[in-house]
Ligand binder design. Structure first.
Ligand code: NAD
Length: 483
């Protein structure tokens, strides 16, 4: 594990500014940004206070008056140009994303490409009024109008992609935006603000870096009409409670504890690489990563061994190194939490098949760890670990596997794996989740709603359903004939 290269592209790790009312701005304090591959601070950016938030909200309210009256086609064209500029800057943004977030450079590039293509995909979804009745007596139409100012709050695991979805959804539907990234990964989002400045009228997009306090002020602010929040269940509950005071609309994309159920007819060696990738990509720091694997007793031992073999050969390291497959844990707090879960797992007497020894040295590195024969009530099974350590649990009866997969307060997604897709789909249709996959895990599209059941969230992102969460329905009922 070597240190990151000393030379950054010029200008890349300095000159960060907030975006308020179309102007680059500073704030009353700063955030130190740490490279998780070294544990060292490598950049500093301004952080907003209440005053900057007030200015951003006022600007967004003013800009809303003009923006809401532009056409969908005009807004789609501007978003398209914004996406093009993201692609033009893909290499620089990816480099910065790897520095602040830790993920391998290739995956950072993929994240940017996905953010651009999903955004464009959203703007190809038509939003039309619906005619509910058109009879001799009356015409009833269901129309949709934008809510106003959207506060977007994002986490640190995929800062560009998780900003792009709500940002595009809000803008395309005619809303204006105040966007706040995680204090751990503010830099790429501030760069997105720089790009947005060129493509949208002043005040339509405002970007403020800041900590959890700034997030709370956004949820309380009387000038904000909707919150699009992506983050943990605990913070999501606080967001909803706070938003209730002004009856803000909320879309909550929260944590998950996804189960993969592996049936008795699979070839364990053939599916192990797919399961491994869906569990460990971004070092497991993915809301919809597989976080529990239930394997039928007939394939259990072979699957455990095949997953352990994948873990042993995975290359962990600095995301800037070309052969790195798994980067570091993004921040110290999350790293310490994972070490706590690992210690608890070891104490419980579970079998650790691969990984399990956290290296000393710089950076927040954690080896991919496969755990077998673990108690169902352990922290690793009950909690969202959000990191590269996965329990593999045994079952003998499909109904029992389904019951255990559903025995959680989370309900983001899940998957069932079998040679017989119909058999697997029948079981998948009984998972209490927002998305159930068969023979794959972790796929999203601009056209397909994504979001959580139970405590994994409220509402959906992407698709017409997701876009309509940024719109208020209005019934216009016209009695025909003269009075
Ligand atoms: P977090 O909840 O700690 O923070 C997320 C964001 O919320 C940050 O910007 C933070 O500053 C802000 N925040 C924190 N407390 C707040 C409050 N009380 N009011 C307003 N804002 C507040 O989450 P995290 O640790 O950054 O991210 C990891 C979590 O996000 C995991 O649980 C993961 O599963 C979840 N996540 C969900 C999705 C999804 O689409 N469902 C996607 C990615 C991540």
């Amino acid at each position: 594990m070597s240190a990151h290269p000393a030379h950054h592209p010029p200008g890349l790790v300095s000159d960060f500014r907030l975006l308020i009312d179309g102007e680059a701005a500073t704030g009353p304090s700063t955030l130190d940004v740490i490279n998780p591959a070294t544990g060292q601070m490598f950049a500093r950016c301004p952080a907003a206070g209440r005053q900057e938030l007030d200015r951003a909200v006022s600007a967004a309210r003013r800009a809303f008056r003009g923006w809401r009256d532009t056409s969908y086609a005009d807004r789609a064209a501007r978003i398209g140009r914004f996406c093009e500029s993201m692609r033009d800057q893909q290499d620089e943004l990816a480099y910065l994303l790897t520095l602040e977030q830790g993920k391998p450079l290739k995956q950072a590039k993929d994240e940017i490409a996905r953010a651009a293509s999903q955004s464009e995909g959203l703007t190809r979804i038509p939003i039309q009024p619906q005619v509910l009745e058109d009879s001799d007596e009356r015409r009833i139409e269901l129309q949709f109008f934008p809510l106003g100012v959207t506060g977007i709050i994002t986490p640190w695991n995929a800062p560009i992609n998780l900003a792009a979805g709500p940002l595009t959804s809000a803008l395309y539907t005619g809303n204006t935006v105040v966007l706040k990234p995680s204090p751990y990964t503010p830099l790429c989002t501030l760069k997105l603000g720089e790009l947005a400045r060129e493509h949208f009228p002043a005040g339509v997009v405002n970007v403020l870096a800041g900590g959890d306090d700034l997030g709370r002020w956004i949820t309380e602010h009387s000038g904000i009409d909707k919150i699009a929040f992506t983050g943990s269940v605990e913070a999501g509950k606080a967001v909803m409670a706070s938003a209730a005071k002004t009856l803000k609309r909320v879309t909550l994309e929260l944590g998950g504890n996804d189960a993969a159920i592996v049936l008795d007819d699979v070839d364990p060696r053939a599916i192990a690489p797919k399961l491994f990738f869906a569990s460990f990509v971004n070092s497991g720091q993915v809301c919809m990563a597989i976080k529990r694997t239930y394997a039928h007793e007939r394939v259990y031992a072979a699957l455990c061994e095949a997953l352990a073999a994948e873990a042993r050969k995975a290359k962990v390291g600095n995301g800037l190194e070309p052969d790195t497959q798994l980067g570091p844990i993004q921040n110290r707090e999350q790293y310490d939490r994972l070490v706590g879960i690992l210690d608890d797992t070891k104490r419980s007497g579970a079998r650790i098949l691969a990984g399990g020894e956290v290296p000393r040295g710089e950076g927040y590195f954690f080896p991919p760890t496969i755990v077998a024969d673990i108690d169902e009530d352990s922290r690793l099974v009950r909690e969202e670990q959000f990191g590269p350590i996965i329990p593999v649990l045994k079952f003998s009866d499909d109904e029992d596997a389904l019951r255990r997969a559903n025995d959680t307060r989370y309900g983001l997604s899940g998957s069932v794996w079998s040679r017989d897709p119909e058999r697997a789909a029948a079981l998948a249709s009984r998972l209490e989740v927002g998305t159930a996959w068969v023979n794959h895990h972790r796929a999203t599209s601009a056209l397909v709603p994504f979001g959580g059941a139970k405590e994994s969230g409220i509402g959906r992102v992407y698709s017409e359903m997701g876009l309509k969460a940024y719109l208020e329905p209005r019934v216009v009922s016209v009695l025909k004939g003269t009075l």
